[in-house]
Design a protein around this ligand. Structure first.
Ligand code: CIR
Length: 269
């Protein structure tokens, strides 16, 4: 998940892969998962990698009626201990949310919980945080009404929001960009204009990756200079390593097959 700073990453929620995973939505990176056992193995390696980096991870049970339920990032937006429960942008994913919301309410005592309503739509995967600046993708999943609800929460918290139009050939903002540290945005050539993120604070930069490493631009920065990356993206690996980060590469092929990236599979709370 991409809405917390590095120092806010201590506990993460993940959700098990359902028996129905072969029916997950797949229109961008993938053409549909084929091997659920392999997907489960890759998902367990992901959980192990988070734990090895010192994160306390809780795994929610799968919901076999919802093939996309492992992609918990889309179901809640957690910012500085506040939770926005969006109305997910794809109708088939709306009912994944209640157990995730119940879990967060039970764990985050005193958190302010806001629920999106009406025609507002948003997937958490459209939100990216760089320090105290937030970016939101206007996409097939996230509409202007959803963006205004997010803006209300962020202005209450004193944070800035910048809107980025997501091209039709991408699912979410986090499908094509991530913040491996609190001062770097990684994004691929060929999707966004070079000024898409606007002027950044001193010391922050966008690092552009080759278009054929688009999937690799989704990373998870972790405390202690570690960063989870997808296996098979050499420029991403080299770039982050040269910045002094310790990259941990995970084979995510069967998650990618359902358009899922590393950040999609966890919520830091
Ligand atoms: C979907 O289309 O909703 C899922 N198959 C993939 C969701 C990926 N989530 C994300 O990028 N945050």
């Amino acid at each position: 998940m991409a809405t917390v700073r590095l120092d806010q990453k201590a506990r993460a929620l993940v959700r098990a892969i359902p028996d129905s995973y072969h029916s997950a939505l797949a229109n961008f990176f993938g053409s549909g998962p084929k091997d659920i056992d392999l997907a489960r193995y890759q998902h367990s390696e992901y959980k192990t990698a988070l734990e090895a980096a010192g994160i306390e991870v809780v795994m929610l049970e799968a919901d076999h009626n919802h093939p996309d339920c492992l992609f918990v990032e889309d179901q809640a937006v957690i910012i500085d201990g506040h939770v926005l429960l969006p109305v997910p942008g794809h109708p088939s994913r709306v009912k994944e949310q209640p157990p995730i919301a119940d879990f967060l309410v039970s764990q985050m005592g005193g958190a302010q919980i806001c629920r999106m309503s009406g025609d507002a739509r948003m997937d958490g995967g459209d939100i990216l945080r760089l320090g105290d600046i937030f970016f939101v993708g206007r996409s097939t999943r996230t509409n202007d009404l959803g963006i205004e609800e997010l803006r209300d929460l962020l202005s209450h918290l004193g944070h800035e929001l910048r809107v980025i139009d997501i091209p039709k050939h991408a699912l979410h903002l986090t499908s094509i960009a991530s913040t491996p540290t609190d001062s770097i945005i990684l994004a691929p050539e060929g999707y966004l204009p070079k000024d898409a993120f606007g002027e950044l604070p001193e010391g922050c930069e966008v690092i552009w990756m080759p278009e054929d490493e688009t999937y690799g631009c989704n990373t998870i920065g972790l405390p202690g200079g570690k960063v989870l990356i997808a296996k098979g993206y050499p420029t991403v690996n080299k770039t982050l390593s040269e910045l002094g980060l310790e990259t941990i590469a995970l084979d995510f092929s069967e998650i990618r097959a359902a358009d899922g990236s590393l950040t999609c599979c966890s919520l830091f709370y």
